[in-house]
Every structure is written in structure tokens, then in C-alpha cells.
Ligand binder design. Structure first.
Ligand code: GLA
Length: 379
């Protein structure tokens, strides 16, 4: 797929410089926003993500033998391994190694790879899933092997779950593969059926305000939340929280499990409602759903933090803003804001000043557009 060529060229140049040869495949995969549907994917629920115009590109060449070698425009160090390490090494290369291992016979045990990216790393825009997706497609391409889209997405989720140790859901790799330009996808994370929902046109903008913080407990708390969801489902006697009703939730005796389940059940309903709103073409009515999602993530799911809450509060009173909420796993990362296009600049000035006054530095802003996923263009 092409990405606005500069990034592909950067990856290719990096590859040639490092390995003195041409890559045999250059593949790009996008990051994502999620309009709504947070912490619902691993509960077999609904999400409404869109692939965005920020990418990871890998330039790749299989080797008949010899070490695995990788370079990236994000780090000076060249990674080198004699064979595929059986366990994670604690570097960005883990995502690639995990994919090569998970592909088994369809993977490649020795290769050279150069990665370049325009996805800010650590901002919660899914740079790791994009790296996995791009690596998987490059390896499949080099073996002339085919694999259904849903299987590639499941494979990448498996890498996160089994190799990296993050018990994440299917949303990030799925949307990186299957995104549609100008649209979000209402994805049913149980059946993997997706409905294309057109996003508001040019009169409106999606702005990300990156807190630039990632609180330390983020990944352990993520796995803990997932375990709490599983415990709540078990107590209610349902396969997953997707199957629970509000009445089931109210019967839970443990107040923490009740709050977690309440978030998931209500968030699934909000997500489906948001898809209908998008289809109706009136973005104004998205606002209350976005703000309610944030309140629920803050109060019931308890994955927000002061920086995220401050940005949502500031956005809520800014002219032209329709809605805002924390996005992704939580404990830092970005707030997603839907705002009238002409109000973007004043919004950034207002939020930047107030946030810096309180936290010492302004957030970083990204204005993003919905694009096609890696699969749509590549296949
Ligand atoms: C992270 C995970 C996703 C999803 C979100 C929360 O981004 O990678 O699978 O669970 O958190 O919605």
C-alpha cells in the first residue's frame, strides 16, 4: 500500500543504508482512532474505530540463512539475533519476532527489516498493532502465502496476548487491516462482522490531544481490568459481558465488579447508538455519547487519569466542540475531540495554554483523517 510516498521512501532508504541491498517487500499499515467502544473488544462487544493517516512502514527481505537483523527510525540500536528468540526481549523488535514465530511455516526465520513510522509511539494510536500487521503482510508476501484478513488480525492479537503479555482485544489489528477511507467500522468483536459507518465530512475535524503521559501501572491495570470483566461474567453465568443485561449487572454483589460490568454493558449500547448516529449524518448527536463514554471510563471502569479528565473538561467548554473522551486503554495517551473545522485552531490555543498552566507542558495535537487499512489497498 502507498502512504504518501515519503514514509515508504524513508523505510527503503533506511533498509538500503543498513543492509546494502533492496527490500523485496515494502508494506505500510495505519494506526487508529476509536470513536467509541472502549474496553469492549475483549468482552466480545462492539467497537467503532477508524484507521488514520499515520503509518508504520516496513521494508523487508527474507534471508536464506544468517541472523535476524532489524533497524528503525525510532532508535539508534540495530537489533541482531541468531535465529528467532523464543521469548520477548523488551525491544520494539518483539512485535516482529512474535509475528514471525506465530506465522510458523508461513513465516520467515531469517530476515532483514527496516521500520519507519509517523505514528507517535506511546500515544495510544496503536503503533504496535500497525507494526505487527505490516510485518505479517510483508512475511506472507515473501512466501507468496495468502491468509484471510480475520486470521491475520487474530494472529496479531495472539502475538500481543501470548508473546508480549498484553491481553488486548482484536480492535487494533483488525482496523489497521480493514479500515475504510472517510469511515469508521462498527465491529462486532465476537462475529468479526463489520459495518462501514461514514464519518462526518470536512466541516468537522477529529483532533487528538496527547497528554504525553503514560502512568506506570497502565499495562498491569489493563490485564487486571480484563480479569475483573471475566470474573463478573463468570459470576453472572454468561459467556462474556457482551451477553449481560443491566438486570444481570445490578445483581452483582461486589461493587467493583458491578461497576466494571456496568461500563461494558452501557458502552456496548452507546457504541451501537453512535453507529446509528453516524449513519444518520448528524454528528451533533454524537456529543452526549462521547462525554458519557468518558464519564463511564472514569467513574466505573477507572482507567482515566487527571491529565485526561482535565483535557475532556477543557474541551467540553470550548466553542465548536461536539464531544470528547479519553481513547484507548487509558492511564494516559490521547483525548479524542470532535470539533467544527473552523474551531480547531482556537481550540488548540485554549487547551494548550490551560493544560500547560496546570501540567507544565502543552499536549501535542494531531488532526487525523480516516484512511483505508493495509488490506484494502494491498490485496
Ligand atoms: C488497547 C487495546 C485494545 C482495546 C483498547 C481499549 O488499545 O489494544 O484491544 O482493548 O485498549 O478499548
Amino acid at each position: 500500500m502507498t502512504t504518501g510516498e515519503p514514509l515508504s521512501r524513508r523505510a527503503e532508504d533506511l533498509f538500503r543504508e543498513a543492509f546494502h541491498a533492496d527490500p523485496t517487500a515494502v508494506v505500510s499499515a495505519p494506526g487508529r482512532i476509536n470513536i467509541i467502544g472502549e474496553h469492549t473488544d475483549y468482552n466480545d462487544g462492539f467497537v467503532l474505530p477508524a484507521a488514520i493517516d499515520r503509518y508504520v512502514t516496513v521494508a523487508f527481505r527474507p534471508r536464506p540463512r544468517g541472523p535476524v537483523e532489524m533497524v528503525s527510525d525510532q532508535s539508534q540500536a540495530r537489533l541482531q539475533f541468531d535465529g528467532l528468540p523464543p521469548e520477548r526481549q523488551g525491544t520494539w523488535g518483539d512485535y516482529v519476532i512474535g509475528v514471525a514465530r506465530a506465522l510458523g511455516d508461513q513465516g520467515v526465520s531469517s530476515f532483514e527489516l527496516a521500520a519507519a513510522t509517523t505514528i507517535p509511539v506511546g500515544a495510544g494510536l496503536s503503533s504496535s498493532a500497525a507494526l505487527e500487521v505490516a510485518s505479517a503482510l510483508a512475511m506472507l508476501h515473501s512466501k507468496a502465502a495468502g491468509m484471510p484478513l480475520a486470521d491475520v488480525a487474530r494472529l496479531c492479537r495472539g502475538v500481543e496476548n501470548d508473546f508480549i503479555g498484553a491481553r488486548t482485544g482484536i480492535m487494533d489489528p483488525f482496523i489497521s487491516l480493514a479500515g475504510r477511507a472517510g469511515s469508521a467500522l462498527l465491529l462486532d468483536c465476537r462475529s468479526l462482522q463489520a459495518r462501514v459507518c461514514p464519518l462526518p465530512g470536512d466541516r468537522w475535524a477529529w483532533v487528538l490531544a496527547d497528554t504525553r503521559v503514560k502512568h506506570q501501572n497502565a499495562s498491569s491495570a489493563y490485564n487486571e481490568r480484563r480479569a475483573e470483566c471475566e470474573a463478573a461474567a463468570k459470576e453472572m453465568g454468561v459467556p462474556s459481558l457482551r451477553d449481560a443485561t443491566e438486570d444481570d449487572v445490578n445483581r452483582l454483589t461486589d461493587p467493583v465488579l458491578r461497576a466494571r460490568a456496568r461500563h461494558v454493558v452501557a458502552e456496548n449500547a452507546r457504541t451501537r447508538a453512535a453507529a446509528t448516529v453516524l449513519e444518520s449524518g448528524d454528528p451533533q448527536t454524537l456529543g452526549p455519547l462521547l462525554f458519557a463514554s468518558h464519564a463511564s471510563l472514569k467513574n466505573d471502569f477507572e482507567v482515566s487519569c487527571e491529565e485526561l479528565d482535565a483535557l475532556v473538561e477543557l474541551a467540553a467548554s470550548a466553542p465548536g466542540v461536539i464531544g470528547a473522551r479519553m481513547m484507548g486503554g487509558g492511564f494516559g495517551g490521547c483525548v479524542l475531540i470532535l470539533v467544527a473545522a473552523e474551531a480547531v485552531d482556537p481550540l488548540q490555543t485554549r487547551l494548550g495554554g490551560a493544560y500547560a498552566g496546570r501540567f507544565g507542558q502543552p499536549p501535542t495535537f494531531y488532526r487525523v483523517r480516516a484512511v483505508d487499512g493495509a488490506w484494502a489497498i494491498d490485496s
